[in-house]
Ligand binder design. Sequence first.
Ligand code: ACO
Length: 330
Amino acid sequence: MKALYPIVIRGMGSYVPEEVVDNAFFTSYLDTSDEWITKRTGINTRRRVAKGEATCAMAIEAGRRAIEDAGMSPSDIDLVLVCTSTPDYQIPMTAGLVQHGLGLPNCPAFDLGATCSGLIYGITVASSMLKADSYDNVLVIGAETLTRFTDYEDRSTCILFGDGAGAMILSRSPDPERGVLYKKLGADGEHLKCFWVPAGGSLEPSSERTASERLHYMRMRGRELYKIAVTKMQSLVDDALQSTGLSADDLALVIPHQSNYRIIESVRTRLGLPKEKVAVNIDRYGNTSSASIGLALDEARREGRVREGDLILMVAFGAGVTWGTLIIRT
Ligand code: ACO
């Protein structure tokens, strides 16, 4: 099968902060339990940034590791794309800071915000720019510092989120059958208030009131979002297989976005795949939004679970709402 976008992943890298936040942290001050958290979400621990550390620093470290893994030098990179909903600053974009921090040339650098589907959007944008011959080596990073927007007084959300970054370098493939075989992206703004940060944007700027009303933290209608996520993720994987004529058994690995272990399991059972064919890191890292798929793919590569020529399916659903699926022959 010819690739829609003939690309190769030249190198990968990832980074998670040192601090481990376990479930006991939450049970020490909230009305919750280790059993509730693990049973309802699948999360045992998550990572949290240190003081002075944020999205840019994690993205730089993941990017540095990806460049090293590819055997490249910073001067080889000619486009940087940072997928994030939690930039260091409102202005300017994080990608420029990453470019400077890595000592890259003055190549274009921009952020892309598509919440948990961010990396899938980012890979698609980078691949189409590679196909158009505009660039040669694109550094795509999914990086998030969700813990800075987490309301640690809200037991229904604070247990869910973690920080991290996953990076990859994409280049054109001389083999027309390697690369992105299938892609589907979508969004539906109707569900805005299922998951949002009410203040701090141009509509509701920061003020004493917004701070005292805790409007700078993530708010979520979890049960509603859960239902939409399960239905959407299942239809996305159905569509991907139907459109390509592939069967689930053809896939070497499925990498779903990690928002809830029960959602991941619903995708796995829909596909009828054994557990070892579905990547999971939510148990250790929680929901890391646009970092989750990059973290999982880097780990799978290092463990030898993804080899050249393998088919991998990535699928994500996130706030907004947004969604995306990719099938890539590596
Ligand atoms: N500990 C104990 N009890 C709790 C906790 C907690 N931490 N949190 C909520 N509860 C209680 C609720 O108050 C409720 O009690 P009630 O029945 O007395 O009213 C009960 O547990 C059940 O609450 P639900 O919200 O129905 O729990 P649910 O099983 O839906 O799990 C969860 C909640 C984990 C948030 C789930 O809804 C979920 O994963 N939602 C989807 C998340 C998602 O898809 N995210 C993607 C986008 S995220 C992004 O873009 C960054």
